[in-house]
Ligand binder design. Sequence first.
Ligand SMILES: N[C@@H](CCC(=O)N[C@@H](CS)C(=O)NCC(=O)O)C(=O)O
Length: 202
Amino acid sequence: MLKIHGIARSRAFRCIWAAEEAGLPYEIVPVGFGAEHKPEVLKVNPNGKIPALQDGALTLFESLAINLHIADKAGAPLMPVGNDASRVLQWTLWAATEIEPVHQQWAYNTYILAAEKRDAAAARANAEALGQRLAVLEKHLAAGGPYLTGKHFTIADCNLAAVLYGSWMNGFDYAPYPKAKAWLDACLDRPAALKARKLREG
Ligand SMILES: N[C@@H](CCC(=O)N[C@@H](CS)C(=O)NCC(=O)O)C(=O)O
């Protein structure tokens, strides 16, 4: 049984979604914001952050690495083999390094921080940077699709869509990126995503 430490309102959402996609039994060990530095959390994630995963003798941190592990247990099509496995890594690392930092800065300065703490210039700059990256995604999906590696939904779709979820929920302007928007809608409306979203959105 997978043990996911965290709550659905945190990045644990991504891992709950992945476990649902994989069809693997899992249990959520509820660790909320503010409890992250407790000794029991540090035992599973030395960064004092959520999520963390326990799977038998294996303990993992980093939400997207956890998802790669979960998908690997399920096998194809969630975790494909050969060149598509490399494409899964490419899009997952792209989500973590190119998307998440600018997405997070946009989110903080748009809806997470209290209004008086938001920096409008930072919100604009990061929206522009996110837009540049979404243009890359748009072009990629226009050339192939419907999913990132082609015909099948993989953990790369789950990982990238989960990173973009906050912008999708909170009014980022996806109008210039219709294919990216349609892809995101399709990912976030999957039965497994809806189960995870229900835990998060209520
Ligand atoms: N790169 C990490 C980020 C983990 C992370 O920042 N988690 C947040 C909750 S979503 C957290 O635990 N924040 C508490 C803190 O930063 O002290 C991952 O994807 O797992």
